[in-house]
Write a protein that binds this ligand. Structure first.
Ligand code: COA
Ligand code: AMP
Length: 629
């Protein structure tokens, strides 16, 4: 199979292309139209079709003879547990949990928030929602109560599902107080909370509202699958935009199932029955797509890993999991490999394990720097495939599609657009640029199946993606094609940053910092970081007359971001400055500040109000370990 032919057809005949891919899914009612474009720029895939995603992920495989195949391997070095759950067992657990949810009155179209650590019950909860047509919204366990409250108010869940604790390396984090605090802050109150009690922490349950998971499922009758429209929502996943209000990316049922199942064969080149491991978290899009839905839709065994790449117990953790469970494909973020490389640069731990089963390493979530690429490639001696995507798309926009045609890898490039994505580079005026020139990376509409059809109950905000350049979806990334048509993603052109593969908004952090009583104004920027790719760094201007010690104020700011956004923000450094550099019209010169922080050459912008301010920024950047060395 040749990439060029497959790709060209996906762009010129999208309906025929995806209609064929749709045959791999079990429908309770076949679609009327593969691509419904009657209401542009809102596109709907498989309109008129009906299916159930959980049926396709579980019942179908049990019926096809995979009942005794392992569906989930729960590997938790932090609790010293390995548990294997077959497709048959998972179907039973999910059906019963779905029945119990139904007993609470949760029905098709209702929303459910899931705030869980990396335990198999998180998958049970997600699949149970899908089974009864409820819409789940998984919130990453590292988010603080305030962020969870924002999501509760937007998604308005009837029920919330959580656990008594999460385990982060050596730390046991009680989740229930966070959940209680979030519900206290939120205006919307869920009717019930189902809590999975883990042995490490016993959560106190609020009488009348909270239910113990085990008792909850005890007498429940298994629920059958409820057919839903292909265009009905399967889930909402909140992601960072440029402001403090996260965007509720909505995923439909039909297009999602078709695209993910297709991607397993053509992008990841796996076979049903093989072990596919996405070392991420169910709270992120990688977790939704490649820990839960894609591997199960395709009949693979997926791994739920409750551990870190290092420290649980050592930098050989990934190699241990791969050899113990026979992993064929590993997918993780470059930061995980940078962490392993830092602790074990010569791969001594790798020598202890036989990982001949591993055929590919896929990396995404942030830019794959060439050093990490070469290191991983030299260590593993298998294809190390960089691929680029976003929460919004749900599956890769660009990749070296291992199941179509393998291209020679160029370090620093995720290779070529995946079938279905008409990727172009445009200048500021929306003019398409030739290969070699850098600009905004856009995708010509329609986006392929699986991508967001809209934002949850916010069509207006969805239009921000597609109305700035009508007919195109703005990815928010900058980049270029080279002369061979390889795509290079150079980073975000908005205020979104990537910290250890976690997408965060500097705007959200600025909103928190600006709330401090002594702060007049502030800017938070993403600075280059050797381990985490980027980390946030703040510059604050204090109100006139404040004469407290700057260190004290900064310590308070760090604590505020930790409390309100979460420890995952890694906001640890800030400097007090006399002023922020601005244009004469008052716009903060963020890109110039970013260059200063990263110690790069910069040109003093002609629009600057007071060039002397740049000198203050250079000086204060140095005091916190950034800037030109
Ligand atoms: N629940 C609660 N807290 C969490 C959390 C969770 N699920 N995940 C992270 N945190 C906390 C951590 O405990 C840490 O807190 P601390 O400041 O008190 O130590 C903070 O958030 C930052 O966490 P992290 O960025 O994970 O840093 P780390 O130093 O613990 O680990 C890496 C560094 C590189 C090992 C780790 O970030 C990693 O494995 N990254 C891979 C990322 C990934 O899989 N991304 C998904 C996209 S594919
Ligand atoms: P998220 O929505 O959390 O998946 O983050 C999406 C963003 O991460 C993208 O817009 C990019 O900025 C960045 N990203 C993801 N994968 C890659 C990659 N392979 N190369 C460069 N940047 C990436």
């Amino acid at each position: 199979m040749k990439y060029q032919e497959v790709y060209a057809r996906s762009i010129s005949e999208p309906a025929a292309f995806w209609g064929e891919a749709g045959e791999a899914i079990e429908w309770t009612k076949k679609w009327d139209k593969v691509l419904d474009d009657a209401n542009k720029p809102f596109y709907r895939w498989f309109a008129g079709g009906e299916l159930n995603t959980c049926y396709n992920a579980l019942d179908y495989h049990v019926a096809e003879g995979r009942k005794d195949q392992v569906a989930i391997i729960y590997d938790s070095p932090v609790t010293d547990t390995v548990r294997k759950i077959t497709y048959g067992e998972l179907l039973e657990e999910v059906s019963v949990f779905a029945g119990a949810l139904g007993g609470l009155g949760v029905a098709k179209g209702d929303t459910v928030i899931i705030y869980m650590p990396m335990i198999p019950q998180a998958l049970t909860a997600m699949l149970a929602c899908a089974r009864i047509g409820a819409v789940h919204s998984v919130v990453f366990g590292g988010f603080a109560p305030n962020e969870l409250a924002i999501r509760i108010d937007d998604a308005k869940p009837k029920v919330m599902i959580s656990a008594s604790c999460g385990i982060e390396g050596k730390k046991v984090l009680a989740y229930k107080p966070l959940l209680d605090e979030a519900i206290r802050i939120a205006a919307h109150k869920p009717e019930k909370c189902v809590i999975y009690q883990r042995p490490q922490v016993s959560a106190e349950l609020a009488a009348g509202r909270d239910l113990d998971w085990k008792a909850f499922v005890q007498n429940a009758a298994p629920a059958p699958c409820v057919p839903v429209a292909a265009t009905d929502p399967l889930y909402i996943l909140y992601t960072s935009g440029t402001t403090g209000k996260p965007k509720g990316v909505m995923r439909d049922n039909g297009g999602h199932a078709v695209a993910l199942k297709w991607s397993m064969r053509y992008i990841y080149d796996v076979q049903p029955g093989e072990v596919f491991w996405a070392a991420s978290d169910v709270g992120w899009v990688v977790g939704h797509s490649y820990i839960v839905y894609a591997p199960l839709l395709y009949g693979c065994t997926t791994i739920v890993y409750e551990g870190k790449p290092v420290g649980t117990p050592d930098p050989g953790a990934f190699w241990r999991v791969i050899s113990q469970h026979g992993v064929s494909v590993l997918f993780t973020a470059p930061t995980a490999f940078r962490a392993i490389k830092k602790e074990d640069p010569n791969g001594e731990y790798l020598k202890k394990y036989n990982i001949a089963c591993l055929r590919y390493l896929f990396l995404a979530g942030e830019r794959l720097d060439p050093d990490t690429y070469y290191w991983a490639s030299d260590m593993l001696k298998i294809p190390v495939v960089d691929h680029w995507w976003q929460t919004e798309t749900g599956w890769p926009i660009a990749a070296n599609c291992m199941g179509i045609e393998r291209f020679p890898i160029k370090a620093g490039s995720p290779t070529k657009p995946a079938p279905g994505y008409n990727v172009q580079i445009q200048d500021l005026d929306g003019k398409t640029l030739p290969n070699g020139q850098e600009g905004a990376v856009v995708i010509k509409l329609p986006l392929p199946p699986g991508c967001l059809p809209t934002l949850w109950k916010d069509d207006k905000r969805y239009l921000e993606y597609v109305m700035e350049r009508p007919g195109y979806y703005m990815t928010g990334d900058g980049g270029r094609f080279d002369e061979d048509g390889y795509l290079y993603i150079m980073g975000r052109i908005d205020d979104v940053i990537n910290v250890a593969g976690h997408r965060l908004s500097t705007g959200a952090m600025e909103e928190i910092v600006a709330r401090h009583k002594d702060v007049a104004e502030c800017a938070v920027l993403g600075a280059d970081d050797q381990l985490k790719g980027q980390v946030p760094v703040g510059f604050v201007v204090l109100k006139a007359g404040v004469d407290r010690k700057p260190e004290e104020i900064i310590a308070e700011l760090v604590q505020m971001v930790r409390n309100e956004l979460g420890a995952l923000a890694c906001f640890k450094e800030a400097a007090v400055v006399k002023a922020l550099p601005k244009t004469r019209s008052g716009k903060i010169l963020r890109s110039t500040m970013r260059k200063i922080v990263d110690g790069k050459e910069y040109v003093v912008p002609s629009t600057i109000d007071d060039p002397a301010v740049l000198g203050f920024i250079e000086e204060s950047a140095k005091t916190i370990g950034y800037g030109r060395k």
